[in-house]
Ligand binder design. Sequence first.
Ligand code: HEC
Length: 165
Amino acid sequence: MQSRRLRLVFVLPVVALAAGGAVISATTHERGVERGRYLSIIGGCNDCHTPGYLEKSGAVPESLWLSGSPVGFQGPWGTTYAANLRLVAASMSESQWLTHARAARRPPMPWFNVRTMSDPDLSAIYAYLRSLGPAGASAPAYVPPGENVATPYIDFVPKNLPPAG
Ligand code: HEC
């Protein structure tokens, strides 16, 4: 009897601590997801990676956010498509994402800005992408300069530039 009560005295606080820890880590996770959502808005990721986002001034259902765009960006680099980041994040671990998101990309992806994001901020974007879950298809594949482009695209060639030099 004595020992059972003693055991309870020891066991209960441990259970309470474990439960408290689970609650704390759940709220930390939610805060990460919320911060990732915020960063992807102010970081401009939706502008290119969400279909129709710029054209509709952001009035696109969140269920479509960051699912990639079928409209290409054409310039001297060829034609690029903003990737489906939800599929990308679903295919890799958080540490793989941290390396992947910082790799050099073709224009107009601002990889040189994303590269300067801190690990916690990039991880928050990862948490947000994973919370959205995989959806949609992969964006069309990159088309090299001069090759036939089958999709709509935005022409990135600058006009009216002053003569070089
Ligand atoms: C101006 C348009 C634009 C903006 C803004 C933009 N991206 Fe991109 N992103 C692209 C394009 C286009 C590609 C494809 C580049 C290529 O083909 O090399 C790309 C590719 C990527 C890739 C590589 C995906 C893969 O595996 O193929 C990642 C990761 C990425 N972007 C993350 C982001 C994040 C995070 C943000 C916001 C902080 C962001 N991008 C903002 C246009 C953009």
